[in-house]
Design a protein around this ligand. Structure first.
Ligand SMILES: C[S@@+](CC[C@H](N)C(=O)[O-])C[C@H]1O[C@@H](n2cnc3c(N)ncnc32)[C@H](O)[C@@H]1O
Length: 284
């Protein structure tokens, strides 16, 4: 698609600007979210029309005008072309997700991770999703495994609103329990020692919240934490090993021993920066 965007734009914007057009963009439901450089900004409508001509299902193009920021992990968006709205329905792995992309975090790029984790959930498990957003991991787990319950926590009232709507939309009300609040407080007050598996899909806070993840886990049995983090690694360094060492040391200080049978780089987030996931098995 990248090559196709540049090819479609060729002849419609100056040749020297072409190399300043970002190659990648997200498509959430029927909304495309692009990023603009200083040089390409002037041509945003042409870029948006090219994207709509490539992806016939895209009805709206928005430009991201700030980094993802704040507790709710939101980005500021500016309308560029098509229908002026931020509400859409995204389809992923046989599930539907209603989302307002201006009010809630949503990344279609995590689709592989969501199914990868769902495939590991065993029959009868209880899962705590500490940073659930509009409920993607939770609902995909409910749809694709024989999970007993998924407690699905988010602190953003808008994400909670859409999570509830998505639970209804996907008919998983029996399995997914949306909870509004800070995961730290929710775990302490309502979810002590209930979980076989804890999801921590918020790299900015996962390390800080590790003690609370441990607190959510049952006292015995096979217990897992899916831990997401960012790491910097220079040439010759292994970002996965750096995170593994940091987490193992932290867990050790909390009195837990662990094994990390699987880890992977989810994506590159900048020069020498990586988003990683560790599947952590708690041994004691
Ligand atoms: C990266 S998003 C989660 C992505 C989501 N799991 C998915 O698959 O789309 C992080 C979410 O954590 C929520 N969040 C941030 N701090 C929180 C906290 N202390 N407790 C609970 N949720 C929190 C944000 O509102 C945001 O929706």
């Amino acid at each position: 698609m990248r090559k196709r965007l540049r090819k479609t734009l060729s002849g419609r914007i100056p040749q020297e600007v072409l190399s300043h057009v970002y190659n990648s963009y997200d498509i959430v439901g029927d909304i495309a979210i692009i990023r603009l450089t200083e040089a390409s900004r002037e041509y945003r409508r042409i870029i948006a029309e090219a994207i709509m001509s490539i992806h016939k299902n895209v009805k709206t193009v928005l430009a991201q005008i700030s980094p993802v920021q704040g507790d709710f992990r939101l980005r500021r968006l500016e309308f560029v072309a098509g229908e002026n709205r931020t509400l859409t329905v995204h389809r992923e792995s046989g599930c539907l997700f209603s989302v307002d992309v201006a009010e809630c975090y949503f990344s279609p790029r995590l689709f592989y991770e969501r199914m990868r984790v769902a495939r590991q959930v065993r029959a009868g498990e209880t899962v705590v999703n500490m940073f659930a957003g509009v409920g993607c991991f939770s609902i995909i787990i409910a749809k694709h495994s024989a999970v007993k319950k998924v407690y699905s926590v988010d602190v953003n009232p808008a994400a909670f609103h859409f999570m509830r709507e998505n639970v209804r939309l996907n008919r998983v009300c029996e399995k997914v329990i949306p909870i509004l609040g800070d995961a730290k407080k929710v775990v302490r007050e309502k979810l002590r020692h209930v979980a076989d598996r804890v999801l921590m899909p918020l790299p900015e806070k996962a390390f800080e919240y590790l003690p609370h993840a441990l607190f959510a886990l049952k006292d015995k049995g096979e217990r897992w934490i899916h831990y997401y983090d960012f790491e910097h690694a220079k040439k010759g360094e292994n970002p996965l090993e750096k995170v593994r060492l940091r987490v193992a040391e932290k867990l050790e200080s909390l009195g837990a021993a662990c094994e990390v049978p699987f880890s992977r780089i989810v994506r590159t987030t900048g020069p020498n920066w990586y988003q990683v996931v560790l599947d952590i098995k708690i041994e004691r």
